[in-house]
Design a protein around this ligand. Structure first.
Ligand SMILES: O=C(CO)[C@H](O)[C@H](O)COP(=O)(O)O
Length: 210
């Protein structure tokens, strides 16, 4: 099980400083959608150059032109690129084909998918690397979490690995770990804490004990 740190509300220098604090305890750095909107794929390149030993995920949330977007993110150094599960099968297939050529991984974000079981089975059959359940900020604000959805995909997905995101904190991590996803994605649960290093260390321990 890998721990992915999601960076969303920082600029590139702030992101690099933050990763310096926790780098021993994380496996993947996510360049979040808000950073890519502000700074472009340059942020992916800068993070990969600063931390060549960490994997980098570009949270592009691609919805169209999957092959092209994956090509651009791969050129910037992304190891993982996110595609939306609600996009067309052709978009996901294009992304998967491009990722295969470049030895990158596709993580499909199921945010906004209404029939999770059906779409998870379909997306799994398209040969994606990861299927991720994700409660976005707007539904977190309404009190929702991704834990039931994680159990659903663990039950129906046969080939892809699984990931989970959306408001995960140190207190709720044990419930997530129990479901055994392949990647646990944590943003505010680390970046919003005053002692980020200590929280990341404890999270890593919980994951390793898993
Ligand atoms: O992709 C995102 C928002 O769309 C976030 O990166 C993801 O939800 C993780 O952050 P947090 O743990 O703060 O919810």
């Amino acid at each position: 099980m890998k721990l992915q740190l999601a960076l969303d509300l920082v600029n590139i220098p702030e992101g690099i400083e933050l990763v310096k604090e926790v780098q021993e305890y994380i496996d993947i750095v996510e360049i979040g959608t808000p950073i890519i909107i502000d700074e472009g794929l340059h942020a992916v390149k800068a993070m990969k150059e600063a931390f060549p030993n960490l994997e980098v995920l570009a949270d592009l949330k691609v919805m169209d032109a999957g092959g092209y977007e994956v090509m651009r993110a791969s050129e910037a150094g992304a190891d993982y690129i996110t595609i939306l599960g609600v996009s067309e099968d052709a978009t996901i297939t294009g992304a998967v084909e491009e990722a295969r050529k470049r030895n990158r991984k596709i993580l499909v974000d199921m945010i906004g998918v209404k029939d999770l079981e059906t779409r998870a089975r379909e997306v799994d059959a398209l040969g994606v690397d990861y299927i991720c359940v994700h409660t976005g900020y707007d539904l977190q604000a309404a009190g929702q979490n991704p834990f039931d959805d994680l159990r659903t995909i663990k039950r129906v997905v046969k080939s892809a690995k699984t990931a989970v995101a959306g408001g995960i904190k140190l207190k709720t991590l044990p419930e997530v770990v129990k479901a055994q996803p392949d990647i646990v994605i944590v943003g505010g649960g680390i970046t919003g804490e005053s002692n980020k290093r200590a929280v990341a260390q404890e999270m890593k321990q919980l994951i390793q004990q898993g």
